[in-house]
Each structure stands twice: as structure tokens, then as C-alpha cells.
Design a binder for this molecule. Structure first.
Ligand SMILES: [Zn+2]
Length: 441
């Protein structure tokens, strides 16, 4: 399986190394051995050649926010099926959240997750992120050092905020001393209340309890100020509204060590999508208004928001079939992320393909420096041969058969997409390929 491979004739986009040109890539022992102008690497150097003419070759995509549900939520997803979903979406590394059952708040659970990922043998690299507090209860801190020793990378109570500001402040001091990142689900629960969607004209019209936008922004600001004070690296998860964007912009301008992500659904959809109580438009934070969506897009373009992450959150069909007010929050997103964003922002503009690739590979790798992001998101000589081959000129329909996930809670099922990841490689091994692609590998 470690035979040498020559990827010939492709257009390579590697934002980290400033490459956006035709290049041949030689892979040896699972790593990039050479990357040269077309025709300069003799084909005899490789045991196998893949003809990538007409395709784009890019670094493997990185998803720094996924819920793999195992242990405890195996009816929704397992680490194996989550890895299948990742591979199908072009993700070669994923960072999984700790809100499992039991919570990933002990070295035993972290090791279990890593063992299950190794057994799954899909090839996708799985990096567990530890809880900040025991049982996500917001009270007792986990043993930060022990979690890192077990293989956890960074800390979050995602799914919940850390309600008590002093607990968060103490957590930040611990994380800072260990050089770790705090990832934050920013939500002020006293403001969210029983809200099920964004509070605005649409929620009023629908008679659905709303979540005021300050629920997110207050905690972005609270924890951003704590990061500024403590010097702890602080990453804002799933930014959803324009006030939060402004808060992050201000924090960054003051030198706070803050980074941020946006999810495909928040940059592609608005609360209008809730329509007739469509539970596939129910997530936390909620879909907001068009002005918020435009603010997120501008923030991605100007770097206020560093990267894209899906918040892939599987739920069973029966759970999502309930009433809008009682259905769980969250949608799956790994399989559709690249194609939905390519369709929305690249196929007809305004983004270049290089920008989208950057936001899904090099940029999350930078956010994850010190959290297993090193050596990822780039295609330099010596880097692991984790890459994708992208098909840009294809129109296709996204259907259930394209899912690797057990769950089906995706708002884009049945939609027409332009462009896709045709094949995904980890360590030079093809771990996914669309059955109907013209690419042979
Ligand atoms: Zn969250």
C-alpha cells in the first residue's frame, strides 16, 4: 500500500505554499516526495500513475468541529461511520467534540476514541477534544494535563457553554500554561431560554420561541476578554451573527489570541429556511438573518473568521421527525460541506477555489497549531500525502447514497451541486472515490 504514486497533470492548489499551477506530485512511503512542473518527474520513478488532467489537487480538508457520537450515541453515528462521512467529504483529519456518553472528560474515554478510530481503519485522522468540565456540568475542571497525555488536543464543553465566568477564567489559565486552546460554544443560557430558532421577524411570524442574538455575542465578548486577560488561545466555534463578528474583529484588533470558525449552514442559509418548521434548519446557534449571513461572508473574506468547520451533528430520523420546538439541534455536514460552498461561492463567484481550499485546509491547520494541526493542510515536500482530487466541472445531485453518516439530517439532500471532491487520499492511500467520477485511481 505504500507503493510510490505519481499524480500527473493536475492543477495543484496549495495556499500554504503559494502554489496555484499545474504540478506533478510524487508520493513515496505515504509522503510527498517531490512536486514539480508537469513532465519533470520521470514516470519510471513511480509504481503507479494517476492521470489528474482536468482535476484540481489540494491538501486534505480539515474539519475542526465534528460530533462522532461514540461512545453512547451509536444510533446516530459511530467513529467508523463518522470517518466514512469525513472521507466522502474530502476531510482527512477531524477533531471530535467531547459531548458523548460518557463525556470525554477522562483519559479512558479519550483512549477509547483513539482506539476506535484506529480499529475503524478508514484512514481519517481523528483527534479528540477534551471537555473543559467534568460531565460538561460547568463546575469541576477536568485534569488538563492527564487529558493531553492521553491524546486529547484542546478543550471545549461544546454543546454547552461554561456558564460560570470564573470557571472559564481558571480553565483558560490552565490551558495557557499547557499551550492548549480553549474552543468555545458561546451561548448565554439565561438569554437562550426555551428558544428554538433565531429571534426575529420569522420566529414571530411562526410563533416559535426565539433565541436573541445576544445569547452568542455576550459570551464571545466575555470569553474574548478573558482570553485577552489570561493570554489563553481562544477559538470561537460556529459564529452565527454580525454582532459576534464585530466582537471578534474588535478582540483581534486589541491583540487577543482569538480565532474563529463559521459553519457552511450559517454562510449559506438564513432563518427563512425554517419554513414550515423544517427541523433540518434547527441548529445551535440558530440560522440568523441575511445581514448576518453577509457579515459572516465578509468576515471569512477579510480573515476575521479564520476557517470553515461543519459542526457535523448527527441525529436519528425519529428525533428530527418531532415538532420543531422539541427536535434536537444540529445537522450533519461533512459530506456536503465542500460541494455546498463550492456551489454557493465559487462556481459563480465571488470566491476563488483557492480561497475555499485555504479556509478548509491551511486555515484550520493554523488554528490547530499545537492541537494536532502541525504538518496538515499543505502539500510541501515531506508532508503526509493527505490530499483530495477535486472535480470542478461537474453538475450532480446530492443524495442519500452519497452519505457516509448513519444519520440523514441534512438540509441539502436532493439539491443540485456544482463541483465535488472526487477522491480523498490519506498517506497516499485512496480512502474514498465517487463511483461515477472519470478519475481512475
Ligand atoms: Zn456548539
Amino acid at each position: 500500500m505504500n507503493a510510490s504514486i505519481l499524480i500527473r497533470g493536475g492543477h495543484v492548489i496549495d495556499p500554504e505554499n503559494g502554489v496555484d499551477a499545474a504540478r506533478d506530485i510524487l508520493i513515496e512511503a505515504g509522503r510527498i516526495a517531490a512536486i514539480e512542473k508537469p513532465g519533470q518527474i520521470p514516470s519510471e520513478r513511480a509504481a503507479k500513475t494517476i492521470d489528474a488532467k482536468g482535476f484540481t489537487v489540494a491538501p486534505g480538508l480539515l474539519d475542526i468541529h465534528v460530533h462522532l457520537r461514540e461512545p453512547g450515541g451509536e444510533a446516530q453515528e459511530t467513529i467508523q461511520t463518522g470517518c466514512n462521512a469525513a472521507a466522502a467529504g474530502g476531510f482527512t483529519s477531524v477533531w471530535c467534540m467531547p459531548n458523548t456518553t460518557p463525556t470525554n472528560d477522562s483519559p479512558m474515554v479519550t483512549r477509547f476514541m483513539l482506539d476506535r478510530a484506529a480499529e475503524a481503519d478508514v484512514g481519517v485522522h481523528v483527534h479528540p477534544i477534551s471537555a473543559i468540565t467534568k460531565g460538561l456540568c460547568g463546575r469541576d475542571l477536568v485534569d488538563f494535563s492527564a487529558m493531553i497525555d492521553a491524546g486529547a488536543v484542546g478543550f471545549t464543553d461544546d454543546g454547552r457553554p461554561v456558564e460560570n465566568a470564573n470557571v472559564m477564567r481558571t480553565a483558560m489559565m490552565h490551558a495557557r500554561d499547557l499551550g492548549a486552546v480553549i474552543f468555545d460554544h458561546c451561548e448565554e443560557l439565561s438569554i437562550t431560554g426555551a428558544g428554538a430558532m433565531h429571534e426575529g421577524p420569522t420566529s414571530l411570524r411562526q410563533g416559535i420561541p426565539g433565541i436573541p442574538r445576544m445569547s452568542e455575542t455576550l459570551i464571545v465578548m466575555r470569553d474574548g476578554l478573558l482570553a485577552l486577560e489570561t493570554g489563553c488561545r481562544f477559538h470561537v466555534q460556529h459564529v452565527s451573527n454580525r454582532e459576534s463578528v464585530e466582537a471578534i474583529r474588535w478582540l483581534k484588533s486589541r491583540g487577543a489570541p482569538v480565532t474563529a470558525e463559521a459553519s457552511p449552514h450559517h454562510v449559506l442559509l438564513t432563518d427563512q429556511r425554517v419554513g414550515e418548521g423544517d427541523t433540518h434548519a434547527k441548529m445551535k446557534p440558530p440560522l440568523c438573518e441575511e445581514e448576518d449571513r453577509l457579515a459572516l461572508i465578509a468576515a471569512i473574506e477579510d480573515g476575521t473568521i479564520d476557517c470553515i468547520a461543519t459542526d457535523h451533528a448527527p441525529h436519528t430520523a425519529s428525533a428530527k421527525a418531532g415538532l420543531f420546538t422539541t427536535a434536537p439541534f444540529g445537522i450533519i455536514g461533512m459530506e456536503s460541506a465542500f460541494a455546498s460552498l463550492y456551489t454557493g461561492f465559487v462556481a459563480q463567484g465571488p470566491w476563488t477555489l483557492a480561497l475555499l481550499i485555504e479556509k478548509m485546509s491551511a486555515a484550520p491547520a493554523r488554528v490547530m497549531t499545537g492541537a494536532a494541526g502541525e504538518g496538515k493542510g499543505a502539500l510541501g515536500v515531506g508532508d503526509a500525502a493527505d490530499f483530495v482530487i477535486i472535480e470542478t466541472g461537474i453538475e450532480w445531485r446530492f443524495e442519500e447514497r452519497h452519505l457516509g453518516s448513519i444519520s440523514r439530517n441534512c438540509p441539502w439532500l436532493g439539491d443540485a451541486f456544482s463541483g465535488r471532491v472526487a477522491a480523498t487520499f490519506v498517506g497516499g492511500r485512496c480512502i474514498f472515490r465517487h463511483t461515477d467520477t472519470a478519475l481512475t485511481c
